[in-house]
Structures are given as C-alpha cells and as structure tokens.
Design a protein around this ligand. Sequence first.
Ligand code: ADP
Ligand code: MG
Length: 324
Amino acid sequence: MFVQSLPLEVIQKISAGEVIESPVDCVKELVENSLDAKSSRVDVEIIKGGKRYISVRDNGTGIHRDDMEKVIQRWSTSKIKDVSDLLSITSFGFRGEALYAIAMVSRLVIKSRFFQDQLGIKMRVEDGKVLEKQEIGMQIGTCVEVYDLFYNLPVRLRFLKKEDTERNRIIKLMKEYALSKWDVHFTLTSNGRKVFDLYPCQDVKERIQLLFGQKFEERKNSKNGVSVSLYTSLENTRGEVYLFVNSRPVQNRNLLEYIRKTVGYKKVCVCYIDLPPYMVDVNVHPKKREVKIYKENLVKELIRELFKKTPPYFNFMLAQEKAS
Ligand code: ADP
Ligand code: MG
C-alpha cells in the first residue's frame, strides 16, 4: 500500500496556495472585497513588498458581528447563493475562499464594524484558527491585516520574489483597480512612504490623466450589446495595456496581444469591454484573472473598426486644453 489520502492539514495548505501565491494575490483579494463592500475609500499599506505586512482598510458596509467567524470558512460568501447566480456575477468575489486561504497561510487580524453597529469586532487568526475576538471602537468599515505571509509554508516563502519585485507588482495591481473604479479614493503606502494618493474622480478620463499625467485619445464602439471604450496615449512610451471586462481587470493573452498589435506596441492603452454578464465566464481559474468571452471575435472586430475609420472619437485631453 503506497497510496494514502493526505492529512487535512496538508490538503488545506495545498489548496490555499492556488488562490494566494504571493503578496500581490493577497492585496488583490482584499481590495476586491473592499470594493464589493461598496467602499468609497480604500487604503493599502505594505511593508517589505507585502512579505512582512499587508493592510487593506476600507469604509464599506462592514462585516456583521455574527459573520465574523464565517468569513474565514472555506466556500463561505455573501455574494452568490445558488448555481443560477453564476450566470450573472457582478461582484469581484463569489467563490468564498480568499479569506479562508489567507487565514491558512498567514497571521491574520480582521477588524470590522458593521454599518448598523456602534462598535466593531477585532478577530485574530493563526493557522486558520481564531485565537482572540473582542469588541473595539472603530469607524464603520473593515481593516484586514496580514502579517508574515507563508510563515508556515517555508517552500512557498523561499519562492517569493525580491521585495522590489513584489512591491512593483502591487503598484501595478493598484493602478488596475484605480482604473476600474475611478470614483474610489485609493492610497498606497510602502514601508511608510506614500506611493500614491488618488482622489475620487468625476470620470475615467480624469483618473487616467491623474495616473499617467499625459495626453490620451478616447475611442468608443458598440454592437449587439457589447461595447468597447479605448484610451491610448498620444506619445510613444513603454507600451502597457490595461484591460477590463465588466470593470474586472483581466489578462487574456490573446486579446491583450491583439490590442497591442492594433494600437501599437509603444502606446499606453486602457481598454474597457462591457458585455452582458452571461457572455463572460470568470470561473476559469481560482484567481479569476483569465476570463472567457463568448463573443471574442466581435470584441476584436469592434477594436479593429476603431482604428480603421476616420477618427469619430473625442480627443479629450486636447479638447480640455482648447477650452481652458
Ligand atoms: P468572496 O469575496 O468570494 O465572497 P472572501 O473569502 O473574499 O470570499 O470573503 C468572504 C466574505 O467575507 C464575503 O462574501 C463578505 O461577505 C465578507 N467580507 C470580506 N471582506 C469584506 C470587507 N472588506 N467588507 C465587508 N465584507 C467583507
Ligand atoms: Mg473576496
């Protein structure tokens, strides 16, 4: 007999690693939770590229005191209820495994005050177990702190990248969410230094200008319930593409390469694709970074058309200059 079932403890750590592989995954899940909780402000703080400490604080709805211990259970979510909900996902999260996974591989502190309560609850968790729970005074909202990620998973710890690399990945991620939710106030602090402080913007154009500080052109196209809004830098720089499907930052290789080819490899490009939720499958991978789009060819056609026609678009940065 050589084949044996693995002990639960091993299974838990292996599966947690599918969702959380590095500090940036942790920040992503926590920021998404804050946005799902309808926060208008999200403050992120990291120390040592997130390897030592990550904190995500928001002013959202908060977690109900009776739910505090449930949120770290696996497959526990307030966002979907049954299979039919999978066809119309509008929240970032829905799998109910992020906080569970983080709890398994870090020392976790969750503080939350539900919007209808006078006091908050602070809960300290280690190895997935609640060590301490007490009432505290705090503002409405939630603050999740992650200490010593992978302290109990030495192999994973060894494979983390250098502090700078991990930090840069977090900065890029935060830019993506800042472009996804331009009306939300985001701050990022690294080793005690402000990396950015992005005030809430009126529209996406204002956020793009705030973030990149250069001129962009806007192009829009739509057909059969699918719409594309595309913003490209006028100047050539180091090319970068930010792609969003129904506000979710995604990394579809095929589509990203198509956009690069179409807009030019030296442009900064921000592309928003909006389509009915049933046309997108975000459930391809636990991290939800890859999505399947059922009408990908229509999306490509819409993008191609934007660059074929004589510019029907509004060159907003230049128009702003003329107006002033
Ligand atoms: P999911 O986001 O897929 O539901 P998570 O493990 O990320 O799963 O979170 C579990 C649950 O905890 C969420 O469904 C939500 O009810 C609650 N929660 C987590 N973070 C927050 C937050 N910042 N504000 C309010 N509720 C939260
Ligand atoms: Mg989540």
